[in-house]
Design a protein around this ligand. Structure first.
Ligand code: NAD
Length: 456
């Protein structure tokens, strides 16, 4: 007997591969779409392409380092690929593929004419200078060559990239394609280089609009507004720090925030401006005066009305979902909740506003930026925010309406599954908001696919 077989069998570990999770989420929605034929299903599920590039740069210290970068296109049936570029040591091909597929469904949910794409470079920006990051960006974009373009695939910011990175992307592409209007090749640019007013705040503001609408529509019984709601936010970057400000401005009380170094709690509320300034000076929110330090694990279980994961994937899992103590989860991050955690939250009656709806404000204002660039126009902030609110409200209404309609038709859908010999005949469970959002999105993409037909 080997020592391994003497050990007690451990609990089956949760599969945290983001691409497997994205596929599992798609499959969950598919149970409610028996009308889709298998060829269509396979086409909608699988990514179109994944490009892998490897390149060197000479760093500030004269050392030559090699980097791996990815750009994935999941689906471009509804329009050019759209999705951010992430710089992080944890970037993998499967993570980029997952993020690209979430972009396909997100663009369909919020109804902007884009497909799904995503990119990333495996690197640790904390160990690199601005000059190193500029070289990485330029070389990565040059390596991607003709695969990105204003009408084919349009990058944007994501984790550890920002407006400055987008300016380098634009400049590199412009150097390679002189004499054309290349502003729409990338969004999230600085205002002086064709950026849109309100783009920097769009992800967080969109999450607030979505939350407000969902509460008005009764997603959390007994709470119809964010006013006086206690809010906990994990992640204090573009999505998280601005969400802290937006929710505070809307009358909520943000009691805890965190970054990769840890979290802070203050019962009377954390001042988002003070936290931002403190992080700017020290590199972290941890240690802000008047606050108690909490671990990131503890932060996710603090009692609150609204919990906003705004960092990375797989933060709410089977091992901690039972301890989450909130009335609503609003996914500002992509993929923060695993399928096993989703099931636990459903059982506990905690609704989740899913990433493909809740954080769609970013891509929505990216779309507005793209339109402004094509028209050589700049819209004022009121116009951007009014249009953003309209898009987020319409998308939130559509997801909640889809959930209602599907849950009223479970018998009919089950009968159709049986008639088509699909699956195990098990009774269909009512859908949560994530599955409803997927159903809405998959239907929209499938309709366009069918209308366009297969080329040639
Ligand atoms: P960012 O780089 O600006 O900020 C990330 C933040 O998360 C940082 O404060 C970092 O310290 C923190 N963080 C990292 N690991 C953490 C951990 N384990 N615990 C707690 N905090 C941690 O990135 P961002 O643009 O704000 O993106 C955050 C999430 O929002 C990602 O999932 C991203 O895909 C998603 N998102 C971003 C946008 C956008 O427009 N920027 C749009 C849609 C979705």
């Amino acid at each position: 007997m080997t020592p391994e077989t003497l050990e007690a069998p451990s609990k089956q570990a949760e599969d945290l591969n983001p691409f497997h999770i994205a596929m599992a989420q798609f499959d969950s929605a598919l149970r409610y779409l028996p009308e889709l034929d298998p060829g269509m299903v396979e086409f909608l599920k699988r990514p179109d392409r994944l490009i892998t590039v490897e390149f060197p740069i000479e760093t500030h210290s004269g050392e030559v380092l090699n980097f791996v970068g990815y750009r994935a296109i999941h689906n471009r049936v509804r329009g050019p690929g759209k999705g951010g570029i992430r710089y992080h040591p944890g970037v993998t091909a499967d993570e980029v593929l997952a993020l690209a597929s979430w972009m396909t469904w997100k663009c369909a949910v919020v109804d902007v004419p884009f497909g799904g794409a995503k990119g990333g470079v495996v690197c640790n920006p904390k160990n690199l200078t601005t000059s190193d990051l500029r070289k990485i960006t330029r070389r990565f974009i040059a390596e991607l060559g003709e695969t990105i373009g204003p009408h084919t695939d349009i990058p944007a910011p994501d984790v550890n990239t920002n407006a400055e990175t987008m300016a380098w992307i634009y400049d590199t592409y412009q150097m390679m394609h002189p004499g054309e209007n290349n502003l729409p090749v990338v969004t999230g640019k600085p205002l002086d280089i064709g950026g849109s007013l309100g783009r920097n705040e769009a992800t967080a503001r969109g999450a607030l609009f979505c939350t407000q609408r969902a509460l008005e529509l009764g997603v959390v019984p007994g709470r119809n507004s964010v006013k006086d709601a206690t809010v906990v936010i994990q992640g204090f970057g573009n999505a998280g720090a601005i969400a802290a400000q937006e929710f505070t401005d809307a009358g909520a009380k943000v009691v805890a925030v965190s970054d990769s170094k840890g979290g802070i709690y203050r019962e009377a509320g954390v001042d988002p401006k003070a936290a931002k300034e403190y992080k700017r000076k020290t590199g972290s929110v941890v240690g802000l005066s008047g606050t108690r330090t909490v671990s990131n694990a503890e932060l996710l279980t603090l009692p609150c009305d609204i919990l906003i994961p705004a960092a990375l994937e797989n933060e709410i899992r089977s091992d901690n979902a039972g301890d989450v103590s909130t009335h609503l989860v609003v996914e500002a991050a992509n993929g923060p909740t695993t399928p096993a955690a989703d099931r636990i939250l459903i059982e506990r009656g905690i609704p989740v506003l899913p990433d493909i709806l809740a954080n769609a404000g970013g891509v929505t204002v990216s779309y507005f930026e793209w339109v402004q660039n094509i028209e050589n126009e700049q819209w004022d902030l009121d116009t951007v925010n009014t249009k953003l609110r309209r898009k987020m409200n319409t998308a939130t209404d559509a997801v909640i309406e889809t959930q209602r309609k599907i849950n009223e038709s479970l018998g009919k859908i089950g009968a159709e599954r049986k008639a088509r010999n699909l699956g195990d005949g098990a009774k269909l469970e009512p859908v949560d908001l994530r599955t409803a959002a997927y159903i809405l999105a998959v239907k929209r993409v499938a309709r366009v696919t069918a209308a366009r037909g297969i080329w040639p």
